[in-house]
Design a protein around this ligand. Structure first.
Ligand SMILES: *Cc1c(COP(=O)(O)O)cnc(C)c1O
Length: 360
């Protein structure tokens, strides 16, 4: 076990001489299209972390038999940094993301990343590429820490070598057109005892095919159900899912098959702060169907770092589409999103202590 408190020496910064900044159109950002100038890189070998440095964003070279290409030891996080009005930068909920990364790494038999490598390394990187943090309302700097098994060995084994990399890129608000989702009652994303709670690459690969089939049927995404009965709602692929039924905010409890989303948690805390009743409990698609029929289903939405909030327009249940009422800016989901953004951009007091401020 690697102590998570391993001290990290001052991280050297090797700056690029070919900045991509001038050739990046910040008025036409697309999610996932642009990467910033630098990346943080660290290597794990012989039981310890070393070669920790910030270097120009570049390709990495690995042997074809590097274990990450074959047996799935690849994990990641997804976070954001925001420009505040005074020019400073806030990074959102570093601690919560770090704790989740540790749980993911443990599940995948990968060594812990020391807390200072995660937190200080990330802040140093964001500081190095501060010019890449968009100032425009709704835009932000996406941060992608990830770790892969790098030992060159083609037999199935737990890798003894790893690379931890963090890169970033400016992103716009994903204007989420209200989604048509389908309750999936055949395929499962994650089973009890599996890796659903871990942010590992394999969970996504397994979700592609059922999602592709749902898209062929005209849906935007699937609402996964539990692996035992295919009845209880889990989440929606890259987002957790929340429902407003009769004035109560309801969401499935996190479990070993549901990812513990930081956005989900933030929305729940904000709801409680607003005095809205919150229930974290199993919710079956039959209950959703009944609530839709009774017109007590007021809101349904996804919550995740990329889109923040993704309104759901209709839910397909066993071949029948149930349409949600039209949304207005007054709906809880949009009020919560504004509250969250105000905290992150420094326009509201950071009452939950979610921001790490990088002074510029
Ligand atoms: C990352 C992720 C989410 C959302 O988590 P956030 O921390 O809010 O970004 C939800 N579901 C899955 C499967 C994820 O990988």
């Amino acid at each position: 076990m690697i102590p998570t408190s391993q001290a990290i020496p001052e991280i050297p910064v090797h700056r690029t001489r070919n900045s991509k900044l001038q050739s990046t159109d910040f008025n036409a950002l697309e999610f996932g299209k642009y990467t910033s100038d630098h990346m943080l890189s660290a290597e794990y070998k012989n039981g310890q972390w070393g070669s920790i440095e910030i270097i120009p964003y570049q390709n990495i070279s690995l042997a074809p038999d590097a274990l990450c290409f074959h047996y799935g030891q690849t994990v990641f996080e997804g976070m954001k940094a925001f420009r505040q009005d005074d020019g400073n930068i806030s990074v959102f909920r570093i601690k919560k993301h770090y704790q989740r990364l540790l749980r993911t790494l443990e599940r995948m038999c990968m060594p812990a990343v020391p807390e200072s490598l995660f937190a200080d390394g990330m802040c140093r990187l964001v500081e190095t590429d501060a010019a890449w943090v968009p100032g425009k309302e709704g835009c932000s700097l996406y941060i992608r820490p990830f770790m892969i098994a790098t030992e060159a060995r083609f037999g199935v084994k737990i890798s003894s070598e790893y690379r931890y990399i963090v890169f970033t890129g400016p992103v716009p608000t994903l204007y989420a057109k209200p989604l048509r989702v389908k309750v999936e009652t055949h395929y499962v994303r994650a089973a009890h005892g599996g890796t659903g709670y871990a942010k590992c690459g394999g969970n996504y690969g397994a979700a592609y095919y059922p999602t592709y089939l749902a898209k062929e049927d005209g849906y935007d995404a699937v609402l996964w159900t539990d692996s035992l009965k295919n009845e209880f709602i889990e989440e929606s692929g890259t987002m957790n899912v929340l429902f407003m039924i009769n004035g109560t905010l309801i969401t499935p409890p996190v479990s070993d098959s549901i990812l513990d989303g930081v956005t989900r948690d933030s929305i729940l805390r904000i709801a409680e702060h607003m005095g809205i009743p919150v229930e974290e409990r199993p919710i079956s698609y039959r209950e959703l169907e009944q609530a839709a029929k009774d017109h007590t289903l007021q809101e349904a939405f996804g919550a995740g770092t990329a889109a923040v909030i993704a309104p759901i327009r209709s839910i397909g249940i066993l071949g029948i589409d149930y349409t949600l009422p039209d949304y207005t800016e007054n709906n809880f989901m949009f009020r919560a999103k504004r509250f969250l953004n105000d905290i992150r951009r420094g326009n509201a007091e950071d009452i939950f202590h979610w921001n790490t401020i990088i002074s510029m």
